[in-house]
Design a protein around this ligand. Structure first.
Ligand SMILES: [Zn+2]
Ligand SMILES: [Zn+2]
Length: 137
């Protein structure tokens, strides 16, 4: 049991369980957006649906946000402590076309969208593609 992780979970009203601690640990360690498949690879013998349910709980409680980077798989990344996943918290994501990794650009908020009358905002994905620092040089 890790106190640090438990505190993070409880801050978002998530009851700590062994599985939740493990999944949080994977996301925290990797510091980038991971797909369900990539998270599954970090475990020896865990059912995919268990991981998926854990991610769903995390997302419902604003501990993580999902990223649709156009690669075909939804990816998940940790939110900041004070994130409420509102329009103000949405940021650009960066997909490296060489290594396929997706990074949160948390200090790059997405521009305010001014929708025509009758259109209601729900969500937005702003993805930049290119090469990450690891893949250059
Ligand atoms: Zn890269
Ligand atoms: Zn992000």
């Amino acid at each position: 049991m890790s106190n640090e992780i438990d505190k993070k979970l409880q801050q978002k009203n998530i009851k700590p369980t062994a599985m939740r601690e493990l999944v949080y640990g994977v996301l925290d360690k990797n510091r980038k957006a991971l797909s369900l498949y990539e998270i599954e690879q970090q475990f020896d013998n865990v059912d995919r649906s268990t991981i998926f349910r854990t991610l769903k709980t995390f997302q419902d409680n604003l501990l993580i946000h999902s990223v649709d980077d156009g690669s075909g798989a939804v990816k998940y990344a940790l939110c900041d402590d004070d994130c409420t996943c509102s329009l103000d918290d949405l940021h650009y994501h960066f997909l490296c076309t060489k290594c396929g990794q997706t990074h949160c650009l948390k200090n790059m908020p997405i521009p305010k969208v001014d929708l025509p009358e009758g259109f209601n905002f729900e969500n937005a994905n702003f993805v930049i593609k290119g090469t990450c620092p690891n893949c250059q040089g």
